[in-house]
Design a protein around this ligand. Structure first.
Ligand SMILES: NC(=O)c1ccc[n+]([C@@H]2O[C@H](COP(=O)([O-])OP(=O)(O)OC[C@H]3O[C@@H](n4cnc5c(N)ncnc54)[C@H](OP(=O)(O)O)[C@@H]3O)[C@@H](O)[C@H]2O)c1
Length: 211
């Protein structure tokens, strides 16, 4: 797959490097072309595959069969607008969390879908970037499960493949209307972790889930 990444930060680096290593063609994009060139070189060296490309927001949106938005929430509207009409009808992975300032009445994924006309899939927002650098992310012998929320079958199928390429297990999280629950879960769980709690321990094994 060709994967256009809107962003040149930690998430772009971690996930883009993994997908390049898995044999996908990757283009990162951002505001500073000098820093982008250095990032693309680093990612190419780390992945050891075909060169990671870099370009403008619009070039990455055009390039991708799948596009991933990996910028801070405060820049998302500006970036998606600059990415332009190429996003319409494309799979768009949204990894955004809003900490602080999350507003349950204004889901980020819905905003991204309304703004772009893309087939948005919310994913990868529940684990820290260091987890996305692991090869593979396996804990106590269990691969990390990655919930996906989206409406378009083709977009979901592509993102499932990208999850599997990381060595993770995709989990159907329902339609895009449920993406806000993933956004809220991230805010809640990160709050627990920062408070010193073991957030993983709040959920029981499935057999204790009331039948
Ligand atoms: N880090 C994590 O553990 C983690 C985990 C799950 C989800 N997420 C989410 O993933 C997204 C990216 O996180 P990250 O860790 O990759 O962040 P990061 O390393 O700080 O990188 C942020 C990226 O957003 C760009 N950006 C920031 N403000 C912008 C603005 N106003 N306009 C345009 N671009 C802007 C930055 O561009 P410049 O380089 O030009 O500044 C950079 O490319 C965030 O929404 C975050 O909530 C992060």
């Amino acid at each position: 797959m060709r994967i256009g990444i809107l962003g040149a930060g930690n998430m772009a680096d971690a996930l883009g490097t993994q997908w390049s290593r898995a044999g996908h063609e990757v283009m990162v994009s951002g505001r500073d072309q000098m820093r982008l060139a250095a990032l693309a070189d680093r990612m190419t060296a780390a992945a050891g595959g075909s060169p990671v490309l870099h370009g403008t927001w619009a070039e990455a949106a055009e390039f991708g069969d799948v596009v991933m938005a990996a910028v801070l929430a405060e820049g998302l509207t500006e970036v998606l607008t600059a990415a332009g009409p190429a996003l319409r009808g494309k799979p768009l992975i949204d990894v955004t969390n809003q900490l602080p300032g999350f507003d349950v009445t204004r889901p980020i994924s819905r905003l991204a879908a309304d703004l772009t006309g893309a087939h948005v899939v919310k994913a990868f927002n529940l684990a820290h970037v260091d987890v996305w650098r692991m090869t593979p992310p396996v804990f106590d012998g269990r691969p990390l499960a990655v919930p996906l929320c989206g409406d378009d079958p083709d977009a979901l199928s592509r993102v499932r493949t990208l999850v599997t390429d990381l060595g993770c297990t995709p989990v159907d999280g329902g339609g895009l209307d449920r993406a806000v629950l993933l956004e809220a879960t991230a805010v809640f769980v990160i709050g627990l972790w920062f408070g010193g709690a073991d957030a993983q321990a709040i959920l029981t094994p499935r057999e204790f889930a009331g039948g």
